[in-house]
Design a protein around this ligand. Sequence first.
Ligand SMILES: C[S@@+](CC[C@H](N)C(=O)[O-])C[C@H]1O[C@@H](n2cnc3c(N)ncnc32)[C@H](O)[C@@H]1O
Length: 276
Amino acid sequence: MNDALEGVRNHYRATGLTERLKAALTAFGPEDQRLDPRQLAALDQFHTIGLAATDELTKLVGITADMSVLDVGSGVGGPARFVAATRGCKVTGVDLSEPFVEAARYLTERTGQVGQVSFQVASALELPFGDGAFDAVLMQHVAMNIEDRARLYREIRRVLKEGGRFAIFDVVSNGVEPHYPVPWARTAATSFLLTAAATREAIEPAGFRTLVWRDDTETAKAWVARLRASGPPPSPNLGVVMGPDFAELAANLGRNLLEGRLGILTAVFEAAPASA
Ligand SMILES: C[S@@+](CC[C@H](N)C(=O)[O-])C[C@H]1O[C@@H](n2cnc3c(N)ncnc32)[C@H](O)[C@@H]1O
């Protein structure tokens, strides 16, 4: 594993995460009580706009029950569980962080979705699947941790069927240095932001045709403003996953958005024929 990937893995190292989650989830009832995936949104949707963003992305893709879906950089599995619950499809998640994958499996047991949703430790740059294995690939707030975008998008194209869909929900650069630490990087060393235009320039040559291209920065800013106005966050929240400094990381993301340093991009692509 190269230095950049190792740095990202360290950022999400989350020692003792599953034990912390077990303790935090007593707030919802005893261990044997089945949880609804939506109940976990404050701690398992690790991106701006929360559950609503995942819901919107799956609608834009048009995910149906017969599709096989891959969630790249699946975190603690919230998006995968929500998509499976609302769309009826099977979802596979891959993530670089071993503690996150272990936590994702534990939470999936708690929601009773083990037969429908599964997780593996893997790098997005080396996906452990055959060519054309998936109908759709989702990737929310992951690309900003990945330096080698050409390889990332080639690898995603490889595991998609021709005509399959690739949906992204990305934090993008506005060409100005953000304030650190942020939720995906405590320093600039593990942050590889691109502008929206550069993101598209990296994705299309990998064999994709753009279907949806949307600047969601204003929606994200409104979400930040609502969070600020609503007082302390619900408990348990992503602080359980990322540690006591999460409030500072999240506050900096909000500040970067409100100051116009960062933007939010939603896009959906179609996998073009391999020769295109
Ligand atoms: C901000 S979290 C988003 C998690 C999830 N997509 C969500 O929205 O809830 C970023 C995730 O990307 C994962 N990640 C970063 N670089 C990766 C890579 N090269 N391969 C696989 N996962 C990666 C991290 O481990 C982390 O779980």
